[in-house]
Design a protein around this ligand. Structure first.
Ligand SMILES: NC(=O)c1ccc[n+]([C@@H]2O[C@H](COP(=O)([O-])OP(=O)(O)OC[C@H]3O[C@@H](n4cnc5c(N)ncnc54)[C@H](O)[C@@H]3O)[C@@H](O)[C@H]2O)c1
Ligand SMILES: N[C@H](CO)Cc1c[nH]c[nH+]1
Ligand SMILES: [Zn+2]
Length: 430
């Protein structure tokens, strides 16, 4: 049974705090396993990658098989039916169009002293994009990673995707083909993240690793941060639906199930002002779950991490949503815009009864790689800026240097860094 909480109950605060702590993406066990895998890949390179892949994905690869060949990609992509390819193309085009609007502008100006100041944006040279593939396969995640990277102008994009039991969903390779990705490795989990970050004989190292994945992937990204950049922690999926009495219980239940079916660690929460809706959604969940092909996975997620919270007002719902900082927040009310300014911490917000989160997973155009495990308090969804970096530009004239020298030399003095002060004053004595 999912947790039922009522904000009017005296023990509410304690139970809510317990709920906040329930979804951990990284346990000590996972941390230790991942640290071992990363150390092994650093020490033994391809040999470790192949051994770990064969163990976790039940495959029997050799080093020669790590990368998909161009023929394998073309053959798999050719198997994909035309209507699926067309759907991927629609998704690709909408994601591209939205992300093109995120491209930053360089900015250079001269201030009143004559100092030139600017910000210049350049693409990361090489990125590794992780496409999850353990329990389900995610052609949509290929597009969500690859399209913003290409819009940013990244010159090398290396993709890693696990192939459990040696099987690849050909649609994943078709999506890669549509996005123009040709460097693809059949590896997943922490070993894939480590190989991308540190490089092996077969896999040249990248500068940044992006993309979603399970707890092992998310933990590995945390652990390689510094060696490479990472986008964010995008782990097991979450949704928080805020609903009032105008919501349709069957639609709300369907949206909660859509996240729960992602599997281990996925979390679905309903916060509602209407206790009757809460009961109706709980009953609907049971009915719809029994019809779902992935019933066992979704039911487990719903029972272990799901929650239904009744509150006294939509303002209170927004407060709780901010404390949870969910990956996705749906506002299932007739006037969703009224609540939007009050939701400050969310990976993405979905407006009204006709915007199921799943439309954002696929074809809405916004990115579905989003911060999880409460990291929306400080992180954003994947976008073009994740594949770029900003360099500041500064230029002084003799006049502006002279005008700024005194305060600069003063600060150098209090920092006890005479060399700094002299490198400024030496230019004034000509
Ligand atoms: N936040 C987002 O933006 C977003 C988007 C899409 C998917 N997701 C999430 O991505 C996740 C995908 O998970 P998945 O498992 O299907 O695929 P995955 O590719 O993330 O993980 C599969 C890999 O995990 C490793 N692994 C599995 N068990 C292990 C063990 N016991 N020890 C060491 N390594 C192990 C294996 O190497 C395997 O190849 C889901 O949690 C889903 O919710 C998140
Ligand atoms: N809901 C996931 C993000 O948390 C993304 C996804 C891809 N395919 C289906 N769903
Ligand atoms: Zn989803």
């Amino acid at each position: 049974m999912p947790l039922r909480l009522d904000s009017a109950q005296p023990d509410f605060e304690q139970r809510f705090v317990d709920l906040l702590g329930a979804k951990r993406e990284s346990s000590k066990d996972v941390n230790d396993v991942v640290a071992g895998i990363i150390a092994d890949v650093r020490a033994r390179g391809d040999e470790a990658v192949v051994e770990l892949t064969n163990k976790f994905d039940r495959t029997s690869f050799t080093t020669a098989d790590i990368a998909f060949t161009a023929e394998e990609i073309a053959a798999a992509a050719a198997e994909v039916p035309a209507h699926v390819r067309a759907a991927l193309q629609t998704a690709h085009d909408r994601i591209k169009s939205h992300h093109e609007k995120q491209k930053p502008q360089d900015h250079v100006y001269t201030d009143a002293l004559g100092v030139t100041l600017g910000s210049r944006w350049t693409a990361v040279d090489a990125v590794g994009i992780y496409v999850p593939g353990g329990l389900a396969s995610y052609p949509s995640s290929v597009l969500m990673n690859a399209v913003p990277a290409r819009v940013a102008g990244v010159s090398r994009i290396a993709m890693a995707v696990p192939t459990p039991d040696g099987e690849i969903n050909p649609t994943v390779l078709a999506a890669a083909q549509i996005a123009g990705i040709t460097e693809i490795y059949r590896i997943g989990g922490a070993q894939a993240v480590a190989a991308l970050a540190y490089g092996t004989a077969t896999i040249p190292r990248v500068d940044k690793v992006t993309g979603p994945g399970n707890a092992y992937v998310a933990t590995a990204k945390r652990q390689v941060f510094g060696q490479v950049g990472i986008d964010m922690i995008a782990g097991p999926s979450e949704v928080l639906v805020i609903a009032d009495s105008s919501a349709n219980p069957a639609w709300v239940a369907a949206d909660l199930i859509a996240q729960a079916e992602h599997g281990a660690g996925a979390q679905s929460i309903l916060v509602t002002t209407d206790p009757r809706l809460a009961d109706a959604v709980e009953a609907e969940m049971d009915r719809q779950l029994s019809l779902l092909p992935k019933q066992a996975i979704a039911r487990q997620g719903w029972n272990e991490l799901g929650a239904i919270i009744t509150v006294t007002s939509l303002d209170q719902a927004a407060d709780l949503a901010n404390r949870i900082a969910s990956e996705h927040v749906e506002i299932a009310t007739d006037d969703p815009q009224a609540l939007v300014p009050k939701i400050r911490h969310a990976g993405a917000i979905f407006l009204g009864h006709h915007t199921p989160e799943a439309i954002g997973d696929y074809v809405g155009g916004s990115n579905h790689v989003l911060p999880t495990a409460r990291s929306a308090r400080f992180a954003s969804g994947l976008g073009v800026l994740d594949f770029m970096k900003r360099t500041s530009i500064l230029g002084c004239t003799p006049f502006s240097l002279a005008a700024l020298a005194e305060p600069a030399v003063t600060i150098a003095g209090v920092e006890d860094l005479d060399g700094h002060g002299r490198s400024i004053s030496i230019r004034l004595n000509r």
